[in-house]
Design a protein around this ligand. Structure first.
Ligand code: SAM
Length: 398
């Protein structure tokens, strides 16, 4: 029987901002709980079957679905889940609030009917979700509207990858992206704030390569003054291998990382530093809506080639091509990484609604999408760009 979609059986009321001492000055970190900020979607009275070609108000298709399978992580990277905020008192989602594998697969199938071709599992740290390979095997059964398997991938901090790579591959995962911010062990341990060594992540990358989870991408978030001196060592390490190293601008996601523009090292500066040592050639985008600008090392007998990418969400917004939707751990749909509110799909999933009704509601949501946060932020001087508090990245997934 249907229940009122606004009856939320999950987490309780939002908890207000908490005071934390983060370093030299006392500072209030506004940890607004966006997990509660989600309206139940409207199911239109006249149902419209998915055409596989849904577009939003700016003509952007829906191609890419990122699914956060857990809001927990075993790292405490200061730019994502600072330990001062996500400490032992932080209330993560209770297990009953999480979408089950069946619910995730059902939603993913409806997204595929609207045109989604790629699914990325993320989090939190997705490999912390128990039996994740079972979910992978369920998602691997899905097909695009033209009958192809979905492009099925996963973003991980690599800490459990060496152990899980084979099972994930056997279940049907196609490739992985591994986050690694430094090769220097002391810098890396400081950045992950969990004392986790570089060597174990490198082992994870090797295991993924061995079992065929490629092409592997490695994501390095570059923070000025923190790991900028790791740009060249990382480039040297992965150059000449099939691994694609991607440099990511430190983004103003969430509300807890104390983001400052002066800690962003623009991609243009990263390219300039790389070009001092390597000959680089630009590459064309490999897919519409691709987030990274691609470059390759000019190869010769003496100098092995390879590809790198730059993700410049701060200095060169790519909202115009954004074809991504994000599903939070407990089933809230977000249309932008910088969103303040979601759409509570779980209310429909657990409210007795039929696939046709949920698919119709999804179409309506995407049709009405207007988000272009980074573009607007880039076009306006920082001081008069007031934004509503944003959702945390570990919760909706990177
Ligand atoms: N735990 C997994 C991992 O470490 O890859 C998946 C989730 S994590 C939120 C996904 C990606 O977001 C990681 O590559 C991480 O470095 C990146 N990320 C998190 N916060 C960021 C920020 N403020 N700016 C840029 N990238 C960020």
């Amino acid at each position: 029987m249907r229940q009122n979609p606004s009856d939320d059986a999950g987490i309780g009321a939002a908890h207000p901002g908490r005071r934390h001492n983060i370093g030299m000055a006392d500072k209030v970190i506004p940890l607004a709980d966006h997990r509660a900020l989600a309206a139940p979607p409207i199911v239109p009275p006249t149902l419209v079957a998915p055409s596989g070609r849904v577009v939003d108000s700016l003509g952007r298709p829906l191609r890419d679905l990122r699914i956060s399978v857990t809001d927990r992580c075993n790292f405490r990277c200061s730019y994502c889940m600072p330990r001062e905020v996500f400490d032992k008192d932080h209330r993560f989602l209770p297990h009953a609030a999480l979408l089950t594998f069946e619910e995730i697969t059902r939603v993913a199938r409806l997204f595929a009917a609207h045109g989604v071709r790629k699914i990325r599992l993320t989090g939190g740290e997705p490999l912390l979700r128990k039996n994740l390979e079972v979910l992978v095997s369920m998602l691997a059964e899905l097909r695009t509207t033209d009958g192809q398997p979905l492009d099925l991938t996963l973003t991980t901090n690599g800490s459990l990858l060496a152990r899980k790579a084979q099972a994930l591959r056997d279940a049907g995962l196609q490739r992985v992206t591994v986050s690694l911010d430094a090769l220097d062990d002391a810098i890396f341990r400081r950045m992950n704030d969990a004392d986790f060594p570089v060597a174990a992540v490198l082992e994870g990358i090797e295991a993924a390569a061995r079992v065929g989870l490629g092409p592997i991408k490695v994501n390095m978030v570059v923070k000025r003054g923190t790991n900028e001196d790791q740009i060249l060592p990382m480039a040297r390490h992965f150059r000449g291998t099939p691994v694609i190293l991607r440099f990511i601008e430190y983004m103003d996601v969430g509300a807890t990382n104390g983001w400052r523009m002066d800690e962003v090292l623009p991609s243009a500066e990263v390219v300039r530093r790389l070009a001092d040592e390597f000959a680089l050639e630009p590459l064309a985008a490999s897919a519409p809506g691709e987030t990274a600008q691609r470059w390759r090392y000019a190869a010769s007998a003496a100098a092995p080639g390879g590809e790198i990418g730059l993700i410049s969400s701060v200095t060169q917004a790519f909202c115009r091509d954004c074809n991504r939707a994000r599903l939070s751990t407990e089933g809230k749909l977000f249309l932008c990484l910088f969103a303040s509110r979601g759409h509570d799909l779980r209310a429909l999933l657990r409210g007795g609604y039929a696939d046709a009704e949920i698919a119709s509601a999804l179409g309506l949501i995407w049709n009405g999408r207007t988000d272009r946060y980074s573009e607007l932020r880039g076009a306006r001087p920082e001081e008069d760009f007031e934004v509503a508090p944003r959702v945390e990245m570990h919760y909706i997934g990177g």
